[in-house]
Design a protein around this ligand. Sequence first.
Ligand code: THU
Length: 139
Amino acid sequence: MQDPKLRDQLVALAEQCREQAHAPWSGLLVGAAVLTRDGRMHGGCNVESAAFPLGGCAERHAIAAAVLAGGPGIEVVAVAIAARDNRGRLLAVPPCGGCRQLIREFGSQAEVGWRDAAGTCNWHAIGHLLPEAFEMPPE
Ligand code: THU
């Protein structure tokens, strides 16, 4: 997905989702937006719990929204991530290992973008971010 306009829209949606983040414990507010093969975009934000392990990442929640809308056969084409601290400062947040796994399972060719501290979004192939990924062995 090389289209700069679509990329900008995806980053804008991720930023909009970040405004909804619930991160009272870490102070790290994350939004994510997913573009699927059918051209639709879906968003998610991180949601933390006082019982820490129960919280979840923005990227995984965005993929859950995409699956809810499009079913388990969706293909993820691109994922944008937007993060700020609780003072509103831009933070460069690449996807965690667990989210890389899930992104790859729904889009082996997906591109993943996150902004640097200056606000420029850089894009990376998921195959580069998670080489030699785990796959369920065939029965
Ligand atoms: N977080 C994300 O939302 N995505 C990532 O890829 C990395 C981490 C969130 C989870 C948690 O709410 C906070 O950032 C600190 O780990």
